[in-house]
Write a protein that binds this ligand. Structure first.
Ligand code: BDR
Ligand code: CA
Length: 314
């Protein structure tokens, strides 16, 4: 499977890059502003690919501002000021291959030969993806699937109702949900808060990779687990973004159902909420999305473990 990964690394985005690099043919990483600003998300994507021994994967940076043109809130309480916690990754000698992620995505999708399925995985705000849907609808429609980590069918984290990626750019999310793609999949917070790497897992993993080139991932997960424990009552690190990659690469590990999902774009308390129409009614708005409701958490943790081992050990 060929994957294009649009992300805002971000600690769990870093894990998502590792899973995509391990279990797909990762064609490119594109970056968006989200957890931290675009300069940091781009530098982090380049640095993470270096750590994984994949400096061959192109990186294209995209939008920092939202569709409305504002610079959104950042998620520094979970990801630190630069997006990698308190860990300073070795800066890549590479620069991004272009500053036009959307143009790059359109061109790459249009020229894709279709031999392997082509998926777009989005693990940040949907700003770049919305620009793709509106400026290149043919390319957007040609994608075999779009797997997004974002939204929620229950509670939020940015606000009581809204998940961070949806809340950061609700207009973008609304554009993507309204664009009518036949295979849009949402892994929301209601799901990703059930896929946890607990303290025992992180300590074991830390021992496993000690002294190796990927030991820094153990440090990042350690920081991430501690920051989540400080803010939430959840017993482990929710590596949200890795889930969206696995939805594309390992669909057998998930249960999903199609629903109509609307993104609230008004300025009130519901801004950024994803309203999933779960009414058991015979007549209702047509479904525009598959909502993932269950995952095999143990299998996912094993995939993540394998992805973060030093290159050559797989
Ligand atoms: C999402 O928000 C970000 O902080 C994470 O990287 C993830 O994409 C979870 O709500
Ligand atoms: Ca993210």
């Amino acid at each position: 499977m060929d994957i294009l990964l649009d992300c805002d690394p971000g600690l769990d985005d870093a894990v998502a890059i590792a899973v995509a690099a391990r279990f797909s043919n990762l064609l490119a990483v594109t970056t968006v502003g989200g957890n931290v600003g675009l300069d940091h998300t781009t530098a982090n994507a380049l640095a993470v690919l270096d750590l994984l021994g994949r400096p061959d994967v192109p990186v294209h940076s995209g939008h920092d501002e939202t569709i409305r043109g504002d610079i959104p809130i950042r998620a520094t309480e979970f990801h630190g000021r630069t997006g990698t916690g308190s860990i300073e990754l070795p800066r890549s000698v590479r620069a991004p291959d272009s500053l036009d992620a959307v143009g790059f995505l359109a061109k790459t999708i249009r020229s894709h030969d279709g031999v392997q399925p082509l998926w777009l995985v989005a693990s940040g705000p949907l700003t770049n993806v919305a620009y793709l849907a509106s400026s290149a609808p043919d390319a957007f429609a040609k994608l075999d699937g779009i797997s997004w980590m974002g939204g929620s069918a229950t509670y939020g984290n940015a606000t009581p109702g809204a998940e961070f990626n949806a809340f950061t750019d609700p207009e973008a999310a609304q554009i993507v949900f309204a664009a009518g793609h036949s295979n849009l999949i949402m892994s929301g917070l209601h799901l990703t808060h059930t896929v946890l790497l607990d303290r025992l897992w992180i300590d074991r993993f830390t021992a496993e990779v000690a002294g190796s080139s990927t030991a820094v991932f153990a440090e990042m997960l350690d920081y991430y687990e501690r920051s989540q424990r400080a803010v939430t009552t959840i017993a482990g690190a929710a590596v949200h973004d890795a889930v969206a990659v696995a939805v594309a690469t390992h669909p057998q590990l998930f249960e999903a159902q199609r629903y109509a999902v609307e993104v609230m774009t008004d300025s009130g308390a519901a801004r950024g909420m994803t309203l999933v129409d779960r009414r058991p009614y015979r007549v209702k708005a047509p479904a525009n999305c598959s909502v993932v409701d269950a995952a095999d958490g143990a299998a996912l943790a094993a995939l993540i473990w394998e992805s973060l081992l030093p290159p050559g050990i797989h």
